[in-house]
Design a protein around this ligand. Structure first.
Ligand SMILES: [Zn+2]
Length: 653
């Protein structure tokens, strides 16, 4: 199975022969393999569901029918019964004798799921202790049900037989919300049903369930959404409205008929999570100042660009929410309307309505809006209408799917929009990605490997002063080291030089070079590098979301220059350099960025040149870091936790 060496396996096998123990027990007892890892492999090889057991969805009456000691000795829990099949959670799913005992005890078919001995014992403890305590607790006025009750506003009556399914679905939904998941995936496989949650953009396997549950669970979900329960061949869309801890949470449900049965994807739309302050999107001080400034302009087009799932909608909603306070008529066209905001006219574009996107947009313009938001510019007609709106004194927001800011300008040209219209309407383009934030609970400093650093093309890094952080992994972050997400941005505000370049149909890289030399544009890589230095995330995480890391043609900045550029603390000399280059006539080639020598390091060691960093040099840096005095370290970590306190909101899509 690739987890243990041949030698350790041999040792364990000898042990098995001598002592008559089971192989799995030996491997786990001798710490040759982690228990959860062993279960994962076993479940994979045998096709048995690896189930997360929760007292809340177990039918405890079934356990009550058995002797507690019997359950403990055999590491087994009769979990629930549905369709005449009893699901038993066992630590050893190959014990056929025990399975036969359960069959004769309950007089029905038995299906097996696997869980660890530790999990089973803990659950047996819960089942029997709560039963004993239940009476006392209710006398004391305590609620003995710790699970969030999901109250379906659109409640569907259930029979007693369906209670098991209701509990399982409640467990799936409430746990996903508790974990901050954005999507739940329910996927039938050949022998089992898999539930996976997407958290901070990455899928995690939550639990497996017995395959025979699948049709019942699906029917229940469909019934709640008001979908056709009998329809299993066509994809369907629906919505669940639920209330959890006084918060309304909408869920969009989609079914997809697949080979092993219908798949269900549930997108969780948590309204409170999306309406974030501009402050909390993760703009660095310079980007924030630029963005707030363009928001005050009465007209013009603001474009947000990036791939699907890069947080564009969140940025737009936050901007709109910011403008809402200014007595403006704000009107939107979205597909679909993800979150409703009070005081704003939101419309959903629907292909099925038979009305074209263009007609919809034109009707929107007749509503006398001040600010319009077009969810996405889909084609050249939509582009023309939106550009026209910006030209006639409206403020227009929209999104694109391009890699970077200049790519969005080029896309508008490709859509046949005249360059003079682009240069006179677009005021700002924002490119963005979402990166996972370091878990503040288990933050530690580390030296990133030289090959990772090389991608960032940062000219000088002094590891004495420039610290990098990562999450070590703890209970709070489910051992991932990350918790929540934040944006990294590139903000391009258009000046005369860039407008001229658009008029002259310059290439994307030429426009980028001009943006660098005139407004000192910061790339997403640099913004990510800055956030890594602030302890917000890791360099590895930045590279995970940026694919064309090596495409920049300009000279790299030093770490100190990046910090200054992000915090707006550039030296006067650099500022004048900028204003000089801004006066250069457009056709001339851009001046290379002037690189300042780094400030004198605090420690007496020379700054390390990253490009030439040999492994040996990085090693000395590690030693230096270990030797550095603890007071300095503490100070660093304190400042990074301050940064966290201001940004402690998860960005959802
Ligand atoms: Zn952690």
């Amino acid at each position: 199975m690739g987890l243990i060496s041949e030698n350790t396996l041999k040792l364990a096998l000898e042990n098995q022969v001598n002592k008559g123990d089971r192989l799995g027990d030996i491997l786990i007892r001798e710490h040759l393999v982690e228990e959860h890892e062993f279960l994962r492999v076993l479940s994979l090889q045998l096709g048995i569901p690896r189930m997360q057991i929760r007292k809340e969805f177990l039918d405890t009456e079934l356990s009550m029918k058995c002797n507690e000691k019997f359950l403990r000795n055999n590491y087994i829990i009769p979990a629930f019964k549905s369709e005449g099949i009893l699901t038993c959670v066992m630590a050893d799913p190959l014990n056929s004798q025990l399975i036969d005992t359960m069959i004769s005890m309950f007089g029905c078919e038995v299906e097996v799921a696997i869980a660890s001995k530790t999990e089973i014992m803990a659950t047996i403890d819960q089942i029997f202790s709560t039963t004993k305590l239940a009476g006392d607790l209710s006398k004391m006025g305590f609620d003995d049900n710790p699970v969030d009750t999901i109250l379906m506003l659109d409640e569907v009556k259930t029979t007693k037989d369906e209670n098991v399914i209701v509990s399982i679905l409640n467990f799936i939904l409430s746990d996903a919300i508790k974990d901050g998941a954005s999507d739940i995936h329910i996927e039938p496989r050949p022998t089992l049903l898999v539930v996976r949650n997407r958290i901070d953009g990455i899928l995690y396997r939550k639990t497996d369930l017995p395959k025979h549950i699948a049709p019942l669970l699906l029917s229940r979900i469909k019934a709640i959404c008001g979908l056709d329960v009998a329809q299993k061949r066509h994809p369907q869309d629906g919505k669940i409205v639920s209330r959890i801890r006084g918060r309304e949470i909408d869920m969009r449900v989609g079914t997809y008929p697949a080979e092993y049965g219908e798949n269900v994807t549930i997108r969780i739309l948590d309204r409170q999570a999306v309406l974030v302050d501009l402050d909390k999107l993760g703009f660095n001080p310079v980007h924030k100042k630029k963005f707030e400034e363009v928001l005050t302009y009465p007209s013009g087009m603001i474009l947000v660009t990036g791939p699907t799932g890069s947080g564009k909608t969140t940025t737009l909603y936050s901007a709109i929410n910011h403008l809402r306070a200014m007595n403006k008529k704000i009107i939107t066209i979205e597909d679909p309307v993800e979150y409703t905001m009070p005081g704003i006219t939101q419309a959903q574009f629907n292909v099925a309505s038979g009305i074209s996107y263009e007609t919809f947009l034109k009707a929107m313009m007749r509503q006398d809006p001040d600010v319009i938001m077009v969810g996405e510019i889909r084609d050249s007609t939509a582009a023309e209408v939106t550009v026209q709106a910006a030209l006639t004194g409206h403020k227009v927001f929209s999104t694109f799917h391009t890699e970077d800011t200049t790519g969005a300008l080029l896309r508008l040209m490709d859509m046949g929009i005249e360059t003079f219209l682009i240069s006179s309407t677009v005021i700002c383009v924002i490119a963005q990605r979402l990166i996972r934030k370091n878990c503040p609970n288990c933050l530690e400093t580390y030296i990133p490997p030289a090959e990772t650093l090389n991608y960032f093309k940062v000219r000088e890094i002094d590891f004495e002063r420039h610290k990098f952080y990562r999450g070590r992994g703890c209970h709070a972050c489910r051992n991932t080291g990350y918790r929540g997400r934040i944006g990294i941005f590139e903000v391009l505000t258009l000046n005369d030089t860039i407008r001229d370049a658009i008029l002259m149909r310059k290439t994307s890289s030429e426009i980028r070079r001009l943006a660098r030399s005139t407004v000192g544009i910061l790339s997403m890589m640099e913004d990510g590098f800055y956030k890594s230095l602030k302890g917000v995330s890791t360099l590895e995480e930045v590279l995970r979301v940026i694919y064309n890391a090596e495409s920049e043609t300009w000279a790299g900045r030093t770490a100190d220059e990046i910090i200054r550029a992000c915090e707006g603390l550039e030296s006067a000399e650099e500022m004048s350099e900028k204003s000089q280059s801004a006066n250069i006539p457009a056709p001339q080639p851009a001046k290379p960025v002037v690189i300042k020598p780094v400030a004198k390091p605090v420690a007496q060691s020379a700054p390390i040149e990253i490009k030439s960093a040999e492994p040996a040099k990085v090693d000395t840096a590690v030693n230096k870091e270990q030797k550095s005095d603890t007071t300095g370290k503490k100070k660093e970590e304190k400042s990074s936790s301050l940064w966290f306190s201001g940004l402690d909101v998860d960005i959802k899509l």
